[in-house]
Design a protein around this ligand. Structure first.
Ligand code: WT7
Length: 648
């Protein structure tokens, strides 16, 4: 296996070398109080904390608090504290879907916009602790909305703009949110996304379930026509001029919630992951600083959407807390063509570029000339996140995009972790293509077998983290019991990530992917249970089982086994209808890649579907189905295999 040593130029520039990494790591685990007490000073506190860490993973008492008696305001940390020194520096560099469309927002302008939006929210009755739902395209106003909520102590819940009205309604209900911020339409790859229309529909659905929305603040993006509900709907461009440009930040406790972000799990409905203020901001800003070896003046670009945690921590909070210029991109990687990313890199002189393996694989397929026609001379660090990066894609990213000048940071983390947990540091860590390498400061990974026995040395198993770090989620919104059950019940006294991992002889970690019923489609997390419940909601479907299978571009694809109601017949038309139905219920990211009509599903005698077998069949791995003798009807498996082979 190739190892790429840290190059001298990376070392020269870097804030952290290998010796510093080792020394800091050692202190961070032997003396977390001292370590984090010191590093928490990187943000501004209104009232300093006296206690650093108060965390328990004990069964029945999962309780995570960092800096608990300190107070701060997250928005003031991301904006106000930079005004004196960098008020005229660009905070948000916005690149529109159309290559001719871009604009720069300075910290001063960010301050004014955020204050105005905060004042509109106040006028509409929003106060500390209220939930504000944000359903936006990738425009600066999405960041204003997040920061405006943070400024007044409201808790934001950003819902990805690609989700359906049903999914949005579920999240409005879950968060009991009566305020929604959206736009008339989004624009991606030249296509319009009817956000306001979806939002109207979502409000209707939510109202039926008892959650009324009394304010919809609408940003005008395309000028497209929208329906209007008087007294409820408010145009941002009209209201903004009627409120003050000043809004004092509210003093928040370190453990007051900053946001909720819904994410898919292996069972049931998406969970509202809760992140709080102090620890989250310390962790997001510190990881942004060291993982990307950020230097003052760098232009930093993370291609994620603010609808995901990557957008929260590494487009908005981390970079802005560090006073960075953060690039926000409205479009898609292949519009107008597959050279767009590299054109944007040149146009805005991007130094740090952070994207997902699925995008790398897609661009790799589009040919090297799309890359090499851009200079990319400003690039210094390249990042990857969202799913395991295959060594071929890694090597292409390293050699063709970065011309072997830029270290690749393959950052492993989760919505739940708030920030990056396992990653190389540019000036410290020798790289191995496909490995997320070593833990960040304060992070103590452990690999355990299925019974929970700790595995030592070079090994493979289930990835756990044995002690808390400041960016960790604190609870599932409204359901602390589910928090404990999901993350702390499988292996006692440790956080279970849901991922499998290998550790090699150098102590490097290689994430192998989810070991639960969550699949990772193009870096987006999808619960198989969610897709199943969407499928069975269709009148012609009696039963469904969904598994992931390897997909060249997406990492994993969505494979659905569908049993139809008595008398129904599988057909090309029904196939299409079911795909459309799932898209409609959840959103395009949940589109089934394959549907196999199956007269029966493999079940145990107690009626449990054996997904292990379904996964193997979806992978075309018929030889190693394992023990099928416990099945209620073993013949079902042969049928499925015949069926699958006939299709090919
Ligand atoms: C899951 C978390 C964290 C931001 C984006 C996704 C997978 C994430 C990597 C990586 C291998 C990765 C894991 C994880 N994952 N980064 N560098 N290498 N796998 O956040 O939606 O919460 O998904 O994404 O399976 O558990 P998320």
């Amino acid at each position: 296996m190739t190892t790429i040593a840290v190059k001298d130029e990376w070392k020269r520039r870097a804030k952290i070398d290998d010796a510093t990494y080792k020394a800091w790591y050692e202190t961070s685990v032997s003396d977390p109080e001292g370590f984090w007490g010191e590093h928490a000073k990187r943000i501004d506190w209104i009232k300093p904390f006296s206690k650093v860490k108060n965390t328990s993973y004990a069964p029945g008492n999962i309780d995570i608090r960092w800096f608990e008696d300190g107070t701060l305001n997250v928005a003031a940390n991301c904006i106000d504290r930079h005004l004196a020194t960098r008020g005229d520096q660009v905070a948000i560099l916005w690149e529109g879907d159309d290559p001719k469309d871009s604009k720069a927002i300075t910290f001063k302008e960010l301050h004014e916009n955020v204050c105005r939006m905060a004042n509109i929210l106040i006028e509409r009755g929003v106060t500390k602790g209220d939930r504000v739902t944000i359903y936006m395209p990738m425009i600066p106003e999405a960041a204003y909305a997040m920061l405006a909520s943070a400024r007044i102590g409201a808790i934001h819940s950003v819902v990805f703009g690609g989700f359906s009205p049903d999914a949005l309604a579920g999240r409005l209900e879950g968060a009991q949110s009566s305020v929604l911020i959206t736009a008339d339409e989004g624009l991606r790859g030249g296509k319009k996304v009817p956000l306001k229309k979806n939002a109207d529909k979502a409000c209707e659905i939510a109202a039926k379930a008892g959650q009324s929305v009394d304010t919809v603040l609408v940003v005008q993006r395309t000028g497209g026509e929208v329906a209007w509900t008087k007294d409820r709907d408010v145009w941002w461009h009209e209201a903004r001029d009627e409120v003050s440009a000043d809004c004092p930040p509210v003093e928040m406790g370190a453990e007051d919630p900053l946001f909720i972000l819904y994410t898919s799990g292996s069972t049931g409905k998406p969970k509202g992951v809760v992140h709080t203020s102090g620890g989250y901001l310390v962790y997001a800003s510190m990881t942004h600083d060291y993982v990307f070896d950020y230097h003052d003046g760098d232009i930093y670009w993370c291609t994620a959407d603010v609808g995901w945690v990557t957008g929260h921590s590494y487009i908005v909070y981390g970079p802005l807390a560090n006073g960075a210029t953060t690039l926000m991109f409205e479009g898609v990687p292949n519009y107008p063509d597959a050279g767009r990313m590299w054109e944007v890199v040149d146009k805005h002189k991007v130094n740090i570029f952070y994207t997902a393996p699925t995008a790398i694989r897609a661009l790799m397929g589009a040919g090297d000339d799309k890359v090499t026609r851009a200079s990319r001379a400003t690039l210094k660090v390249l990042g990857s996140v969202g799913e395991p990066i295959n060594p071929e894609a890694w090597t292409w990213y390293y050699k063709v995009v970065g011309e072997e000048r830029c270290p690749i940071v393959d950052t492993w983390w989760q919505t739940e972790t708030g920030g990056i947990l396992i990653t190389p540091l540019p000036g410290a860590t020798a790289l191995k293509p496909g490995s997320a390498t070593r833990p960040f400061f304060g992070v103590q990974p452990q690999i355990v077998d299925n019974e929970g026995a700790v595995l030592q040395g070079a090994t493979e198993g289930n990835l756990c983290i044995i002690d808390s770090w400041p960016g960790q989620m604190r609870t599932v919104y409204g359901d602390h019991e589910r928090f404990e059950q999901t993350y702390f019940a499988t292996y006692k006294n440790k956080y279970f990530t849901g991922d499998g991992a290998k550790r090699d002889e150098d102590g490097y970690f290689w994430i192998t992917g989810r070991v639960d019923d969550v699949i990772n489609v193009s870096g987006h997390r999808m619960g198989t249970a969610e897709v199943e419940s969407a499928l069975v909601a269709h009148p012609k479907v009696s039963e469904a089982a969904v598994v992931g299978y390897p997909h060249d571009m997406k990492g994993q694809g969505i494979y659905c086994y569908v049993t139809l109601m008595e008398g129904e017949e599988g057909s090309e038309a029904l196939h299409k209808e079911l795909v459309a139905h799932v898209r409609n219920e959840i959103g395009p990211i949940a589109s089934p890649d394959k549907i196999q009509f199956a007269p029966g599903l493999p079940k145990t005698r107690s009626g449990k579907i054996m997904r292990r077998i379904l996964r193997k069949i979806a992978e075309d791995d018929f030889g190693s189905l394992g023990d099928t003798s416990t099945l209620a009807d073993p013949a079902v498996v042969d049928d499925l295999i015949d069926n699958r082979q006939n299709k090919k």
